[in-house]
Design a protein around this ligand. Sequence first.
Ligand code: ATP
Ligand code: MG
Length: 188
Amino acid sequence: MRIGLMGGTFDPIHIGHLVAASVVHDELKLDQVIFIPAGLPWQKSGTPISRGEDRLQMVDLAISADARFTSSDIEIKRPGPTYAIDTVKELMADQAGHEYFWIVGADALESMPTWQNFKELADLITIVAVNRNGAGQIKVDFDYVFVQIPEIQISATQIRNRVKANKPVAYLVADPVGKFITNSELYK
Ligand code: ATP
Ligand code: MG
């Protein structure tokens, strides 16, 4: 199987993530995309992050109707900081024989060489980047596959700010995610 992995904080998951996963799934003929909320994202340790179980639940609410998508609690279960390399190795040990594709937005691509054991990671998986915030196929000194997506200029930070300011997030997040945010009083 060809398996896409989409890591992120997902605080919360929004339609930008979903469009990216959907289009990459189609373009690269993937069998499945697994959304993997990060445990303690080491690159975001400055800002407060919602509980892993809430972020995973929002992911599950957003993808439940889509058979192409699944989620994994592999990172939020793991104590300590989150490293993609650990996740990939764990997945590969669990189910051997699959081909893995790690999907990132163009904003994340440039910083990938700072990820833990990046070279080893890049040997294990195919890196896939999608355009984001006007950044398209950027030049880096490692191999990756670029997939052009219809760009949705939204970020989770914007969603959190909108909720805090009592602005609507309808259609920016999946319906049940919006309800979950309201009911759990997240981002207030
Ligand atoms: P935050 O504002 O909190 O950083 P975010 O919207 O960037 O949230 P993340 O969870 O940080 O979401 O992103 C996870 C992955 O999804 C990253 O690789 C990121 O580049 C990508 N991504 C996020 N939003 C979009 C979008 N609108 N279009 C394409 N890719 C996106
Ligand atoms: Mg981000």
